[in-house]
Ligand binder design. Structure first.
Ligand SMILES: NC(=O)c1ccc[n+]([C@@H]2O[C@H](COP(=O)([O-])OP(=O)(O)OC[C@H]3O[C@@H](n4cnc5c(N)ncnc54)[C@H](OP(=O)(O)O)[C@@H]3O)[C@@H](O)[C@H]2O)c1
Length: 224
Protein backbone atom coordinates (compact mmCIF):
# COMPACT_ATOMS: atom_id res chain seq x y z
CA UNK A 1 0.00 0.00 0.00
CA UNK A 2 1.34 3.44 -0.96
CA UNK A 3 1.27 6.32 1.51
CA UNK A 4 1.31 10.10 1.03
CA UNK A 5 1.19 13.13 3.30
CA UNK A 6 -0.52 16.11 1.65
CA UNK A 7 0.04 19.56 3.14
CA UNK A 8 -2.94 21.83 2.52
CA UNK A 9 -5.44 19.01 2.10
CA UNK A 10 -8.68 20.59 3.34
CA UNK A 11 -9.78 22.33 0.15
CA UNK A 12 -8.98 22.88 -3.52
CA UNK A 13 -6.44 20.70 -5.29
CA UNK A 14 -5.21 19.08 -2.05
CA UNK A 15 -8.73 17.98 -1.11
CA UNK A 16 -9.22 16.36 -4.52
CA UNK A 17 -5.90 14.53 -4.12
CA UNK A 18 -7.22 13.08 -0.86
CA UNK A 19 -10.37 11.87 -2.63
CA UNK A 20 -8.72 10.37 -5.71
CA UNK A 21 -5.74 8.80 -3.95
CA UNK A 22 -8.09 7.28 -1.37
CA UNK A 23 -10.17 5.72 -4.16
CA UNK A 24 -6.99 4.40 -5.77
CA UNK A 25 -6.02 2.59 -2.54
CA UNK A 26 -3.36 4.96 -1.20
CA UNK A 27 -3.13 5.60 2.53
CA UNK A 28 -3.40 9.38 2.79
CA UNK A 29 -2.49 11.71 5.64
CA UNK A 30 -3.74 15.29 5.30
CA UNK A 31 -2.94 18.57 7.00
CA UNK A 32 -5.06 21.63 7.74
CA UNK A 33 -4.47 24.84 9.65
CA UNK A 34 -7.64 25.04 11.74
CA UNK A 35 -10.23 22.90 13.54
CA UNK A 36 -12.78 23.20 10.74
CA UNK A 37 -10.29 21.93 8.15
CA UNK A 38 -9.14 19.09 10.41
CA UNK A 39 -12.74 18.03 11.04
CA UNK A 40 -13.45 17.94 7.30
CA UNK A 41 -10.53 15.58 6.75
CA UNK A 42 -11.12 13.23 9.67
CA UNK A 43 -13.38 10.77 7.87
CA UNK A 44 -11.40 10.67 4.64
CA UNK A 45 -7.77 10.51 5.80
CA UNK A 46 -5.86 7.79 7.62
CA UNK A 47 -4.12 10.53 9.59
CA UNK A 48 -5.02 14.16 10.16
CA UNK A 49 -2.48 16.75 11.32
CA UNK A 50 -2.48 20.44 12.14
CA UNK A 51 0.10 22.38 10.13
CA UNK A 52 0.89 25.98 9.33
CA UNK A 53 3.65 25.63 6.77
CA UNK A 54 5.02 29.11 7.59
CA UNK A 55 5.59 28.28 11.23
CA UNK A 56 8.75 26.46 12.37
CA UNK A 57 7.16 25.25 15.61
CA UNK A 58 4.21 23.83 13.71
CA UNK A 59 6.55 21.98 11.34
CA UNK A 60 8.59 20.61 14.27
CA UNK A 61 5.42 19.45 16.04
CA UNK A 62 4.31 17.64 12.88
CA UNK A 63 7.72 15.96 12.53
CA UNK A 64 7.49 14.75 16.17
CA UNK A 65 3.94 13.48 15.66
CA UNK A 66 5.03 11.53 12.57
CA UNK A 67 8.34 10.19 13.90
CA UNK A 68 8.87 6.69 12.52
CA UNK A 69 5.92 6.83 10.09
CA UNK A 70 7.08 5.93 6.57
CA UNK A 71 5.75 7.86 3.57
CA UNK A 72 6.22 7.01 -0.09
CA UNK A 73 5.50 10.65 -0.90
CA UNK A 74 5.32 13.97 0.94
CA UNK A 75 3.50 16.60 -1.07
CA UNK A 76 3.96 20.28 -0.14
CA UNK A 77 0.82 21.42 -1.95
CA UNK A 78 -0.16 24.34 0.35
CA UNK A 79 0.15 27.74 -1.28
CA UNK A 80 -1.30 31.23 -1.57
CA UNK A 81 -1.59 33.70 -4.42
CA UNK A 82 -1.11 36.74 -2.19
CA UNK A 83 -2.97 39.93 -2.92
CA UNK A 84 -2.73 39.92 -6.73
CA UNK A 85 -4.63 43.21 -7.00
CA UNK A 86 -1.72 45.21 -5.54
CA UNK A 87 0.23 47.33 -8.03
CA UNK A 88 4.02 46.92 -7.80
CA UNK A 89 4.52 50.17 -5.87
CA UNK A 90 2.06 49.00 -3.20
CA UNK A 91 3.60 45.58 -2.52
CA UNK A 92 5.42 46.03 0.77
CA UNK A 93 7.95 43.73 2.42
CA UNK A 94 5.32 42.11 4.65
CA UNK A 95 3.29 40.94 1.67
CA UNK A 96 6.39 39.71 -0.17
CA UNK A 97 7.54 37.79 2.88
CA UNK A 98 4.10 36.28 3.47
CA UNK A 99 3.95 34.88 -0.06
CA UNK A 100 7.55 33.62 -0.14
CA UNK A 101 7.28 32.17 3.34
CA UNK A 102 4.24 30.11 2.29
CA UNK A 103 5.15 29.16 -1.28
CA UNK A 104 8.94 28.84 -1.17
CA UNK A 105 10.41 28.48 2.33
CA UNK A 106 7.50 26.49 3.81
CA UNK A 107 7.76 23.59 1.35
CA UNK A 108 11.54 23.39 1.82
CA UNK A 109 11.29 23.38 5.61
CA UNK A 110 8.52 20.78 5.52
CA UNK A 111 10.48 18.38 3.33
CA UNK A 112 13.65 18.86 5.37
CA UNK A 113 11.71 18.04 8.55
CA UNK A 114 10.16 14.90 7.05
CA UNK A 115 13.19 13.55 5.17
CA UNK A 116 13.53 10.56 7.52
CA UNK A 117 9.87 9.64 6.83
CA UNK A 118 10.66 9.57 3.10
CA UNK A 119 13.82 7.55 3.67
CA UNK A 120 11.69 4.97 5.49
CA UNK A 121 9.24 4.77 2.56
CA UNK A 122 9.72 2.86 -0.67
CA UNK A 123 9.16 5.41 -3.44
CA UNK A 124 10.89 8.40 -1.80
CA UNK A 125 9.02 11.20 -3.60
CA UNK A 126 9.51 14.79 -2.39
CA UNK A 127 6.72 16.63 -4.21
CA UNK A 128 5.97 20.33 -4.37
CA UNK A 129 3.47 22.44 -6.28
CA UNK A 130 4.78 24.75 -8.98
CA UNK A 131 2.84 26.75 -11.57
CA UNK A 132 3.06 27.90 -15.16
CA UNK A 133 3.52 31.32 -13.55
CA UNK A 134 6.98 30.17 -12.39
CA UNK A 135 8.27 30.03 -15.96
CA UNK A 136 10.40 33.06 -16.86
CA UNK A 137 10.53 32.26 -20.56
CA UNK A 138 6.75 32.03 -20.94
CA UNK A 139 6.09 35.23 -18.96
CA UNK A 140 4.95 37.63 -21.64
CA UNK A 141 2.10 39.27 -19.76
CA UNK A 142 3.54 40.14 -16.33
CA UNK A 143 1.25 40.54 -13.28
CA UNK A 144 1.30 38.70 -9.92
CA UNK A 145 4.84 39.76 -9.03
CA UNK A 146 5.11 37.98 -5.67
CA UNK A 147 3.35 34.80 -6.69
CA UNK A 148 5.43 34.37 -9.84
CA UNK A 149 8.71 35.09 -8.07
CA UNK A 150 7.89 32.76 -5.17
CA UNK A 151 7.19 29.84 -7.52
CA UNK A 152 10.27 30.56 -9.68
CA UNK A 153 12.33 30.50 -6.48
CA UNK A 154 10.63 27.24 -5.49
CA UNK A 155 11.71 25.72 -8.82
CA UNK A 156 15.31 26.80 -8.21
CA UNK A 157 15.29 25.44 -4.66
CA UNK A 158 13.71 22.11 -5.62
CA UNK A 159 16.30 21.70 -8.36
CA UNK A 160 19.08 22.18 -5.80
CA UNK A 161 17.37 19.77 -3.43
CA UNK A 162 17.12 17.18 -6.20
CA UNK A 163 20.92 17.17 -6.53
CA UNK A 164 21.49 17.17 -2.76
CA UNK A 165 19.13 14.26 -2.17
CA UNK A 166 19.89 12.19 -5.29
CA UNK A 167 22.47 10.08 -3.40
CA UNK A 168 19.71 9.24 -0.88
CA UNK A 169 17.46 7.98 -3.68
CA UNK A 170 14.88 10.73 -3.11
CA UNK A 171 13.18 12.11 -6.24
CA UNK A 172 12.43 15.84 -5.85
CA UNK A 173 9.75 16.73 -8.38
CA UNK A 174 7.45 19.73 -8.79
CA UNK A 175 4.03 19.36 -10.35
CA UNK A 176 2.14 21.94 -12.40
CA UNK A 177 -1.64 21.61 -12.09
CA UNK A 178 -2.74 23.85 -14.99
CA UNK A 179 -5.30 26.61 -14.43
CA UNK A 180 -7.79 24.97 -12.08
CA UNK A 181 -11.17 25.89 -10.62
CA UNK A 182 -10.50 26.50 -6.90
CA UNK A 183 -10.85 29.33 -4.40
CA UNK A 184 -7.46 30.59 -5.56
CA UNK A 185 -8.72 31.25 -9.09
CA UNK A 186 -12.21 32.39 -8.06
CA UNK A 187 -13.46 29.13 -9.54
CA UNK A 188 -12.18 29.76 -13.03
CA UNK A 189 -10.30 27.19 -15.12
CA UNK A 190 -10.48 23.45 -15.66
CA UNK A 191 -12.19 20.98 -13.33
CA UNK A 192 -10.06 19.99 -10.37
CA UNK A 193 -10.84 16.30 -11.09
CA UNK A 194 -9.10 16.48 -14.49
CA UNK A 195 -6.04 18.27 -13.15
CA UNK A 196 -5.60 15.91 -10.20
CA UNK A 197 -6.16 12.69 -12.14
CA UNK A 198 -3.50 13.89 -14.60
CA UNK A 199 -1.05 14.63 -11.78
CA UNK A 200 -1.70 11.24 -10.17
CA UNK A 201 -0.88 9.52 -13.49
CA UNK A 202 2.40 11.46 -13.49
CA UNK A 203 3.15 10.56 -9.84
CA UNK A 204 2.55 6.84 -10.49
CA UNK A 205 5.45 6.76 -12.99
CA UNK A 206 7.98 9.00 -11.22
CA UNK A 207 11.49 7.77 -10.53
CA UNK A 208 14.92 9.17 -9.73
CA UNK A 209 15.53 10.06 -13.39
CA UNK A 210 12.68 12.61 -13.08
CA UNK A 211 14.22 14.35 -10.09
CA UNK A 212 14.65 18.09 -10.69
CA UNK A 213 11.81 18.33 -13.22
CA UNK A 214 8.66 20.48 -13.15
CA UNK A 215 5.99 18.28 -14.74
CA UNK A 216 2.51 19.36 -15.82
CA UNK A 217 -0.75 17.51 -15.16
CA UNK A 218 -0.52 16.66 -18.87
CA UNK A 219 2.91 15.04 -18.42
CA UNK A 220 4.67 17.92 -20.18
CA UNK A 221 7.58 20.09 -19.06
CA UNK A 222 7.51 23.85 -19.57
CA UNK A 223 10.76 25.72 -20.26
CA UNK A 224 12.14 27.42 -17.11
N1 LIG B 1 -5.65 26.61 -8.84
C1 LIG B 1 -4.74 26.82 -9.78
O1 LIG B 1 -5.09 27.16 -10.95
C2 LIG B 1 -3.28 26.64 -9.50
C3 LIG B 1 -2.39 26.80 -10.57
C4 LIG B 1 -1.02 26.61 -10.33
C5 LIG B 1 -0.57 26.26 -9.09
N2 LIG B 1 -1.46 26.13 -8.05
C6 LIG B 1 -0.91 25.75 -6.73
O2 LIG B 1 -1.60 24.62 -6.24
C7 LIG B 1 -1.59 24.63 -4.80
C8 LIG B 1 -3.01 24.47 -4.28
O3 LIG B 1 -3.77 25.56 -4.76
P1 LIG B 1 -5.38 25.57 -4.78
O4 LIG B 1 -5.78 26.13 -6.09
O5 LIG B 1 -5.90 24.26 -4.33
O6 LIG B 1 -5.64 26.72 -3.69
P2 LIG B 1 -6.73 26.82 -2.53
O7 LIG B 1 -8.01 26.23 -2.94
O8 LIG B 1 -6.67 28.27 -2.13
O9 LIG B 1 -6.13 25.91 -1.35
C9 LIG B 1 -4.91 26.26 -0.75
C10 LIG B 1 -4.59 25.26 0.34
O10 LIG B 1 -3.33 25.64 0.93
C11 LIG B 1 -3.53 25.77 2.36
N3 LIG B 1 -2.63 26.76 2.94
C12 LIG B 1 -2.47 28.06 2.61
N4 LIG B 1 -1.57 28.64 3.41
C13 LIG B 1 -1.14 27.69 4.27
C14 LIG B 1 -0.22 27.67 5.35
N5 LIG B 1 0.43 28.77 5.74
N6 LIG B 1 -0.02 26.50 6.00
C15 LIG B 1 -0.70 25.38 5.65
N7 LIG B 1 -1.61 25.33 4.66
C16 LIG B 1 -1.82 26.48 3.98
C17 LIG B 1 -4.98 26.21 2.50
O11 LIG B 1 -5.43 26.02 3.83
P3 LIG B 1 -6.53 27.04 4.50
O12 LIG B 1 -7.89 26.48 4.13
O13 LIG B 1 -6.22 26.96 5.95
O14 LIG B 1 -6.30 28.39 3.92
C18 LIG B 1 -5.64 25.27 1.48
O15 LIG B 1 -5.76 23.98 2.01
C19 LIG B 1 -0.92 25.95 -4.40
O16 LIG B 1 0.44 25.74 -4.12
C20 LIG B 1 -1.07 26.81 -5.66
O17 LIG B 1 -0.09 27.82 -5.75
C21 LIG B 1 -2.80 26.31 -8.23
Amino acid sequence: MKTMLIAGANRGIGREFVRQLGSAGWTVHGTARDDKGLEELRDVCAGVHRLDITNDESISALASELRGVPFDAVFANAGISGDVTLPIDAIGFDEMFRVFNTNTFGPLRLLAALKSNLMAGERRLALGMSSLMSSISSNDWGTQQCYRASKTALNASWRSLSEEWRPDGISCVLLRPGFVKTDMTNNQGMDVETSVSGMISVIETLGLSDSGRVIGYDGKDVAW
